[in-house]
Design a protein around this ligand. Structure first.
Ligand code: HEC
Ligand code: HEC
Length: 626
């Protein structure tokens, strides 16, 4: 029927990895979609976790944690020295669970264990899988793939047997793994991270026990009775213990500050010890062609010039990466180098990026304050906007690519009635239309949540629904943008119209979509809320309550107005909405002096971003001045 409609079917399968339409929209609605940027709507992807116990979970936790202020933790995230810390007593931080508790505190210990798995389910399960097997509901949209805690190997270890210490796991939770979608969890309390570390270790032990049992059954052909025998059970326990007990900490020598001589020598070792064959002559990771991790997923050597390191880039941690390698990846450990040579290599590799780049690579939680102003400025009032405090928020692509949008600049103001948020980010091309199946548009979304049990940042959950404000470039041009761009684009047949045309009659009067009665455009005729309302606003309001529930609000509840402008390699988008809304149908009600958690997502059409293929931030704090 409508020629462009075909694209809704092909969209997203282009690269064979995503079937986005399946995500956000019920099948029956798909048939009515208008031709253009439908694929984007399902802001879909990172899907929320349904939390078994709802918002009560957090409250039921032990009040263990008069947590450090978020800022202080953020700092410790960036300066935490995984390498050096590993030599400190790891047990020091293992405050609650491992340490023997007085008898009367035993019940508390049980409560703690339950809470650990709930925290895992809420924050980690969507990616790592509820069972920790790396097969979370969002995993299909992620590259690199989330770790399988049951059988996979840990990359960032400090021990001679590659089993991570608690400290190693804590360091990962604080920093995340820049260069992948693994976010930082520095905003959680130390006690919560402790519980999560316990949970990862518990899952690990369970996974190892499970594989060993399978091995005993399949390879040794033991029967269930034989396995139940005491000595076999004991052997199993021993196996699990050996496989989960961290070995010795690998030694890291005292390191002097980098000197030009050391860096120069390092450059020599870089070629001599064949780092160059994988990481490339310039250190941009362009040496080797194809390489794969243990689990057969493709990987690339690190580009050292971006300053993006999965592990901590401080000298001691980098030293360990070089001496121990990254288990499960092609990155080898170096047994044939002297400590002095490795120190030189550390200095050389660090010399290829700046401290600023390395710090910026970590996803951080920032505070965005919506300042109170006399009147909310429009997108064209640059002068007024220049008065509003700008906060840089780091993004990471879920499907990793080195050049993806790295930062969104966020400004917010309100006048007591209306909130305006100005988002701006670098994008070399303004992709304003998604007219052909191979073209995708630019877009941005802001997800808001208010409440105690901040859900998984991708789409919330049934218990903790989120409100999403969405702007997409194509929508802003109104519903017949297609014809303005491609004046000869017409449908082959409008079945309900007397003005049906054949492809050869492009210029015949009345052939345009705009000339057709509504009934020829089923989406418009049925009042589908996805059809753009009018020109000028590219804004939409969506409600989401977890997996596959991304829904455009009905037209009368669409209160988000947004406008974007692409200029000199940068998008600037201003979204506005009344602070207070009549009911939950319209979204989250805000008020002067109030707050909300917000997270952002950015799509780069030129890189075929759509749906779950996008760059995201972690949760941020939005505070509204009184
Ligand atoms: C958005 C998806 C996502 C979420 C949410 C997430 N992770 Fe990850 N995580 C990943 C990915 C992807 C990797 C693998 C990165 C790589 O190897 O490059 C990873 C790796 C890890 C590792 C392995 C570290 C190593 O040394 O190899 C640990 C431990 C981990 N995550 C713990 C957690 C915990 C605990 C949570 C919840 C608090 C969590 N993750 C939430 C995506 C996620
Ligand atoms: C066989 C190919 C190969 C060789 C040889 C190799 N690397 Fe790597 N290296 C990799 C890959 C692949 C990664 C990325 C692993 C990942 O992201 O999971 C990596 C990652 C790294 C990292 C990043 C650590 C982090 O925290 O992200 C450093 C540092 C590094 N390599 C240093 C070296 C040095 C120094 C040498 C030479 C002594 C070397 N590599 C040799 C393949 C190689």
């Amino acid at each position: 029927m409508i020629r462009f409609a075909a694209r809704s079917c092909v969209v997203g399968t282009t690269l064979g990895r995503v079937s986005p339409l399946a995500l956000g929209l019920p099948a029956r609605r798909r048939a009515f979609l208008r031709p253009s940027p439908v694929h984007l709507l399902a802001w879909a992807l990172l899907i929320g976790v349904t939390l078994p116990c709802g918002s009560g979970c957090r409250r039921s936790q032990p009040a263990a944690n008069p947590a450090k202020p978020a800022g202080a933790q953020g700092e410790s995230a960036s300066s935490s020295d995984q390498g050096a810390a590993a030599t400190d007593s790891a047990k020091g931080t293992a405050s609650e669970p491992g340490v023997a508790a007085p008898a009367e505190e035993q019940p508390a210990a049980e409560k703690v264990a339950a809470t650990g798995s709930q925290l895992f389910s809420r924050h980690c399960g969507s990616c790592h899988g509820e069972r920790g097997d790396g097969k979370g509901i969002a995993a299909a949209y992620l590259f690199p793939k989330p770790r399988d805690f049951r059988t996979g190997r840990f990359r960032l270890t400090s021990t001679t047997n590659s089993v991570p210490t608690r400290e190693d796991l804590h360091a990962v939770l604080l920093r995340g793994m820049p260069g992948s979608s693994m976010p930082s969890w520095a905003h959680l309390s130390q006690a919560e991270r402790d519980l999560l570390v316990d949970e990862v270790q518990r899952i690990r032990s369970e996974g190892i026990r499970e594989s060993y049992l399978a091995q005993l059954k399949e390879e040794e052909e033991l029967t269930d009775e034989e396995i139940a025998a005491d000595e076999v059970q004991q052997a199993i326990e021993e196996h699990v213990k050996t496989a989960t007990t961290p070995g010795e900490n690998s030694a890291v020598p005292e390191m002097a500050a980098a000197s030009p001589e050391s860096i120069e020598r390092g450059k020599g070792w870089y070629a001599k010890f064949v780092c160059i064959s994988c990481h490339g002559e310039t250190g941009k990771g362009d040496g080797a062609e194809r390489m794969f991790d243990d689990d057969k997923t493709p990987t690339r050597p690190r580009d050292f010039t971006l300053g993006i390191f999965k592990g901590n880039p401080d000298p001691a941690s980098l030293y360990r990466r070089i001496s121990l390698g990254m288990p499960g990846t092609p990155m080898p450990g170096s047994s044939n180098m002297t400590p002095e040579q490795m120190v030189d290599l550390v200095h050389y590799i660090r010399s290829l990026s700046t401290e600023e780049q390395r710090q910026a690579a970590v996803l951080k939680r920032e505070k965005i304050v919506a300042q109170r102003v006399g009147a909310v400025p429009g997108i064209d009032q640059a002068e007024a906007w220049s008065q509003a405090k700008a906060v840089q928020v780091r993004t990471t692509p879920l499907w990793w690519r080195p050049g993806a949008a790295a930062e969104v600049t966020v400004q917010a103001v309100h006048d007591g009635q209306t909130l305006a948020v100005r988002l701006s980010w670098a994008d070399a091309t303004g992709d304003e239309h998604a007219l052909r199946s191979e073209s995708f548009e630019d877009a941005v979304a802001m997800e808001l949540y208010q409440g105690e049990a901040e859900p998984f940042l991708g789409m919330g959950s049934m218990a903790s629904p989120v409100d999403v404000w969405f702007w997409d470039a194509d929508r802003q041009h109104g519903e017949i943008a297609a014809e303005k761009i491609n004046p000869n684009a017409v449908a082959d047949v409008y079945p309900f119209s007397e003005k049906g045309v054949a492809g050869t009659e492009l210029s015949r009067p009345g052939a345009r979509m705009a000339d057709q009665p509504d009934i020829s455009l089923p989406a418009r005729a049925t009042g589908n809320q996805i059809v753009p309302r009018s020109e000028g606003s590219g804004g939409s309001s969506l409600q989401v309550g977890g997996p596959r529930t991304v829904t455009f609000r009905i037209p009368k509840s669409q209160l988000v107005v947004a406008q974007g402008e692409w200029k000199d390699g940068r998008w600037t988008v201003v979204m506005t909405r009344p602070l207070a809304v009549p009911s939950a149908e319209e979204g989250l009600s805000l008020e002067p002096g109030g707050r909300a958690s917000v997270a952002l997502a950015v799509w780069d059409g030129a890189h075929a971003d759509r749906d779950g293929q996008k760059s995201i931030t972690i949760w941020q704090d939005l505070e509204l001045e009184r």
